[in-house]
Ligand binder design. Structure first.
Ligand code: ZN
Length: 126
């Protein structure tokens, strides 16, 4: 993170400046399971959008249904094992699916990346 002291930035939780959710395995597991996430300050989080982040991570933009504050959930990038598995499936001519969301969740090709539309993670680059 750059030193942004001198810069006037939009308030935390506003659409231009979503609050990063704490790194939590439990949170990620709930997200992968398709559960609605609890908002840190009460209420629940609705998914507004998913995007492919830089360096293969995914970014999920969420909005609290009580405070309307925006949050950002970072999804860790694909592991070596997940990449190898996707590569194997592609070579075998199988459909690629998200290793975290399960076989029903197909990966979609975007440019050179095979991405889960729920994770935003690129599991394979071709
Ligand atoms: Zn996924």
């Amino acid at each position: 993170m750059m030193d942004r002291k001198a810069v006037v930035e939009p308030p935390a939780g506003s659409p231009a400046n979503p609050i990063p959710l704490p790194k939590s395995k439990k949170l990620l597991e709930a997200y992968y399971a398709g559960k609605r996430l609890d908002s840190p300050l009460g209420g629940q989080l609705d998914v507004l959008g998913v995007r492919e982040g830089k360096t293969g991570v995914g970014e999920v933009l969420l909005e609290c249904n009580t405070s309307s504050l925006r949050y950002l959930l970072k999804i860790p990038k694909a592991t070596k094992a997940e990449q190898a598995e996707a590569k194997k499936a592609l070579a075998a001519g199988d459909e690629l699916s998200c290793p975290r969301h399960g076989p029903e969740q197909r990966l979609v090709k975007s440019g050179k990346s095979w991405i889960c539309s729920l994770c935003g993670v690129a599991y394979l680059k071709t």
